[in-house]
Design a protein around this ligand. Structure first.
Ligand code: TXA
Ligand code: MG
Length: 340
């Protein structure tokens, strides 16, 4: 199939008909990639089983990995789920719309295709105006994983989406780069205390300040724990190159880069501004951002990994951010990308 690219301009008169066109495709059971504040999602009508199956086909996603359902109105959580804990109200008030996904027990309205047969469903209310408009005009909840081939870095531009999925989806709404760049935080509210299933754009510290302690899953899950969030166990977010992580200092980045070059590889580096590197014709450098400016580093993470990959490097060297706040989400994605 030919993938329609619907390029938005940020002017209502121009954009509205394009979002309406995308909503028609969703209502007809098709697949539309669209920007959210985190990354691009690959959307289908969450209440249409056939449409949801197409998402798994297009992504090459295993059927055991459940999808996030995107809502326009937070109150819809109460028709799609049951037995919510009292803390849900505070979480809704503080973090919705925004990059927080809640896992709750589902009602019969939610098809098993969406949840991979689990008794729970993951839900979020995106903050991006295009995502909101698309859900509203489609007049149905939209199931959407990140719009990449399974296991690849998430897409933060329409170009990234088309690189992975051109010809396999009906349309992409091109709203430019996504502002946050890493995915939503996923919290399981069916456990006491709640469990952090995926660190993401909403810092877990902010969630704990509101609802108390949250159980942290180890990034290498213990036996049994991996099953709690099926998508979290595999190697993920990975470019074709081997990712090598190093301690976050200029000296360490320099030495690790030199070592990779000596090993004979073409090397890509995710380089913080102002850090020095050896000069070598086999080196490709992505200037990532100021070290410590986690917002910028998160926003540019997947773009950097994808760019270095497109330059054909065999190894990517990257300093590893500390395990706190937004840096934890970047660190988590890099650790998964480095797993082989
Ligand atoms: O920011 C985001 O969350 C993006 C945008 C498009 O909204 N979406 C996204 O979806 O990252 P995806 O499919 O790439 O990741 C969803 C994660 C997976 O790790 C999946 O296993 C987990 O959420 N998940 C979904 N439903 C679940 C459930 N019922 N129980 C536990 N984990 C669940
Ligand atoms: Mg994903």
């Amino acid at each position: 199939m030919a993938t329609e690219r619907l390029v938005l301009r940020g002017e209502e008169e121009h954009d509205l008909p394009l979002v309406q066109r995308a909503a028609e495709i969703i209502r007809a059971g098709g697949l539309v990639a669209f920007p959210t504040e985190t990354v691009y999602g690959l959307g289908a009508d969450a209440l249409n089983r056939e449409a949801v199956r197409k998402i798994f086909q297009a992504k090459g996603r295993p059927s055991w990995d459940p999808l996030i359902v995107h809502l326009d109105d937070p109150e819809q959580m109460f028709t799609l789920t049951r037995d919510q804990p009292a803390s849900i109200r505070a979480l809704m008030q503080h973090f919705m719309p925004g990059p927080l996904t809640l896992v709750l027990f589902k009602t019969a309205i939610v098809p098993d295709e969406v949840t991979a047969g689990l008794p729970t469903v993951a839900l979020r209310v995106p903050a991006h105006p295009i995502a909101r408009a698309l859900i509203r005009l489609s007049d149905t909840p939209i199931a959407a994983p990140s719009a990449n081939k399974f296991g690849r870095p998430s897409p933060t531009t329409a170009e990234h989406v088309l690189h992975d999925l051109d010809g396999e989806i009906d349309a992409v709404l091109d709203g430019g780069g996504t502002p946050v760049g890493v995915e939503s935080t996923v919290i399981d509210l069916t456990t006491h205390p709640p469990t952090l299933l995926r660190p993401g754009a909403t810092p877990v510290e902010a969630i704990e300040a509101l609802v108390g302690a949250v159980h942290l899953l180890q990034s290498t899950p213990a036996e049994g724990e991996a099953l709690r969030s099926p998508g979290m166990s595999a190697r993920h977010y990975a470019p074709q190159a081997q990712v090598l992580l190093c301690p976050p200092s200029p000296d360490s980045l320099y030495v690790h880069t030199q070592r990779a070059l000596h090993a004979g590889a073409t090397v890509g580096v995710m380089k913080p501004i102002g850090w020095q590197l050896p000069s070598d014709p086999r080196l490709r450098v992505y200037t990532w951002g100021e070290w410590g400016d986690w917002r910028v580093l998160a926003q540019r993470l997947f773009d950097g990994l994808r760019w270095l990959e497109s330059e054909g490097v065999q190894t990517i060297v990257c300093p590893l951010p500390p395990p706190q706040d937004l840096a934890l989400a970047i660190r988590d994605r890099l650790e998964r990308a480095a797993r082989s």
